[in-house]
Design a protein around this ligand. Structure first.
Ligand code: CA
Length: 238
């Protein structure tokens, strides 16, 4: 059976040990790095399936590592940091991190986030093989080629902005997209502000999340942004 290789970048020895022991018990392979320089070297030479990254490293800021890695790789990056401010999360996510965990964290939560990111890798490669023009999550189906959206058998009518928003979230399913990222992608600038984005999101959600008992398709990360669940992802994971 294929075992994913995970690169653990952490200069704090007890935390590094906690993470690697956890990975070992779950059957993951891992490499470790204690500095930013070593992390980049490892990422280039061993092509890991995922990176778990501490932001406070002795030689480099973790956000700069994310930017460097993103210049040549889509490797999923989960940040594990003591920095808990929204600004820090937003900087890391804007730089290209896939997820963000604040220390102290529970081992179960780290494993859940890992599973989500690994599913995204599988989903991305499946998607390349299958018909890439259709997105499915729960009862939601987007046909990109036809520009149509369905909930079960019912076609949903969206405004152009709502449709662009939905496609942006769907194409990045499993990832947290920051408000700034969404504003830039949809409007090409910051002409619209975050309150306006909230209004568009609210009307979009009303159309695709009709039943209150239904699990949410789009999650709100307060003060940070939004994230769409992937096909088959359990909303309880987060
Ligand atoms: Ca550190």
């Amino acid at each position: 059976m294929y075992k994913p290789l995970i690169l653990v970048v952490e200069d704090d020895k007890p935390i590094r040990k906690l993470i690697t022991t956890t990975l070992e018990t779950q059957g993951y392979k891992y490499h470790t790095a204690e500095t930013g320089e070593a992390a980049i070297l490892e990422a280039v030479s061993h092509q890991p399936d995922m990176m778990i990254l501490d932001l406070g490293l002795p030689d480099m800021d973790g956000v700069d590592i994310i930017k460097k890695v993103r210049s040549w790789s889509n490797l999923p990056i989960i940040v594990v940091s003591a920095r808990s401010e929204d600004r820090d999360k937003i900087d890391a996510l804007d730089a290209g991190a896939d997820d963000y965990l604040t220390k102290p964290f529970s081992v179960e939560e780290l494993l859940a986030r890992l599973r989500v990111s690994l599913r995204r890798i599988r989903y991305d490669s499946d998607k390349l093989q299958k018909d890439a023009s259709v997105f499915k999550s729960g009862n939601l189906r987007i046909d990109y080629a036809a520009g149509c959206v369905w909930m079960e058998q019912e076609e949903i009518h969206l405004t152009p902005i709502e449709y662009k928003l939905l496609c942006l979230l769907a194409k990045n399913a499993g990832k947290v997209l920051t408000h700034n990222y969404i504003l830039k992608e949809i409007w090409g600038s910051h002409t619209y502000d975050i309150p306006a984005l909230r209004v568009f999101m609210a009307t979009l959600r009303k159309k695709i999340e009709k039943s209150p008992s239904q699990s949410k398709i789009i999650q709100t990360h307060i003060g940070v942004g939004y994230r769409m669940l992937q096909a088959g992802e359990d909303s309880k994971v987060i």
